[in-house]
Design a protein around this ligand. Structure first.
Ligand SMILES: Cc1cc2nc3c(=O)[nH]c(=O)nc-3n(C[C@H](O)[C@H](O)[C@H](O)COP(=O)(O)OP(=O)(O)OC[C@H]3O[C@@H](n4cnc5c(N)ncnc54)[C@H](O)[C@@H]3O)c2cc1C
Length: 369
């Protein structure tokens, strides 16, 4: 039996950030972080970007300090009344406060999918890198964030890439249609066989050397559900990261469904900036800070030579106002509500405007300072 003041379940970027947040307010209380991957916390974004173009793997580590890391162990049960958790080797953890930072797991295709790489972890990266070289025939299923990044990375590694996804364009859920059409053609011009509108009934039938899937994630809520905690597209938290009105159970990062006071609705965000910021704020709150989370999350991506930063609610279902300095190469897209007020900005090869975008969303103004 281990006894700890703070128990963090999940060894991703959120877990790491929470350790930092706790340590800002409590220098000594014991923190135990249990993660089921064999690695200490690391940054995931380089797995589909820089590590394919000569990036240094030694730089991905978060170098988590101030916590006892228990790695390669999975928490399999949680008793929130007794304040006890148990891992898959039967070890028990008695805690005072617990953070659920279990992130999400890749959505799966089903069927004969034993050889499909559901790309999420450092081990997935190593496996894929080892399987891909000059002339490898690779099929990427999914045209969203991970699919589009991995397809570009595989082209860089010399593979002959096919992409298959059911939507009409790459980035369909994010980009306005004309930009989505442009990006889809741009991928074709890079030599990718883009099969938009395509579906895969059984991945075992795909004629390729390697099949990679990027179909989004499902939040890892099973533990919370079994513990009787509120779950609705993620573990439901309040603005302080507390779960179910308790002050000893918290959740943050990809697994958490949180209220955004600025945007006036609930979100579950699957991005690095949110993992780092929410993790830190909720960690601080576990250690007695009283800090509501009102951060407007950012995410970014690289698509060959194109790059963007997205701030706030970037969703192609909203009306998009496009302002191009150079069509589809450099410009700003503002996603607006029915009153014409900004909900989000897509900064397309436009840099250093993230804070201005956040200010504009808060002020309800479309112009970026
Ligand atoms: C390839 C890739 C590229 C990305 N690129 C970008 C990007 O460019 N920009 C961006 O903003 N975001 C990006 N993201 C998203 C970003 O990485 C995630 O939002 C972030 O990793 C979420 O962190 P998390 O700690 O909340 O969850 P996770 O990263 O999912 O970490 C949770 C950890 O907890 C572990 N765990 C789960 N259940 C248990 C349990 N019961 N017991 C113990 N451990 C458990 C999991 O195995 C995992 O290690 C990318 C993601 C991937 C996969």
């Amino acid at each position: 039996m281990q006894s700890t003041k703070y128990l963090i379940i999940g060894g991703g970027m959120t877990g790491d950030a929470a350790v930092k947040g706790i340590r800002e307010h409590d220098a000594d209380g014991r923190i135990v972080l249990v993660g089921d991957e064999p690695h200490p916390p690391y940054k995931r974004p380089p797995l589909s970007k820089g590590l394919w173009s000569g990036g240094d793997e030694a730089k991905i580590w978060k170098n988590t300090e101030g916590a006892d890391l228990v790695l390669g162990r999975r928490i399999v049960s949680l008793d929130v009344d007794a304040r006890r958790a148990t891992d898959d080797q039967g070890e028990e953890y008695a805690y005072e406060k617990v953070l659920l930072a279990m992130g999400g797991s890749p959505r799966r295709l089903g069927g004969n999918d034993g050889d499909v790489v559901y790309f999420r972890t450092l081990d997935d990266f190593h496996r894929l890198k080892g399987e891909v070289g000059e002339g490898t025939r690779a099929t990427v299923i999914g045209g969203g964030f991970i699919g589009s990044e991995i397809a570009a990375a595989l082209v860089g590694a010399g593979a002959k890439v096919t992409m298959i996804f059911p939507e009409p364009t790459i980035g369909f859920r994010l980009f306005p249609r004309d930009l989505g059409d442009f990006v889809t053609q741009y991928y074709r011009d890079k030599g990718i066989d883009v099969q938009a509108g395509g579906t895969v009934s059984d991945p075992g039938d795909i004629d390729a050397d390697v099949v990679v899937a990027g179909l989004g994630i499902l939040p890892n809520v099973e533990l919370a559900e079994a513990a009787g905690l509120p779950v609705d597209n993620g573990v439901v938290v309040d603005e302080h990261g507390r779960v179910g009105g308790r002050d000893d159970v918290f959740a943050a990062g990809d697994v958490a469904n949180f209220p955004s006071p600025v945007l006036g609705k609930r979100f579950r965000v699957e991005h690095e900036d949110h993992a780092n910021t929410h993790g830190r704020v909720v960690g601080a709150n576990m250690a007695g800070a009283d800090e509501p989370y009102d951060h407007i999350p950012l995410f970014y991506s690289d698509l060959f030579e194109l790059g963007y930063e997205a701030v706030g609610e970037v969703d192609s279902r909203l009306e998009a106002v496009e302002d191009w300095q150079e069509p589809f190469k450099k410009g700003t897209i503002t996603y607006v509500d029915e009153d014409g007020k900004p909900r989000g900005f897509l900064l397309w090869n436009v840099w250093d405007k993230v804070d201005a975008a956040r200010d504009a969303i808060k002020a309800g103004e479309r112009a970026l300072a």
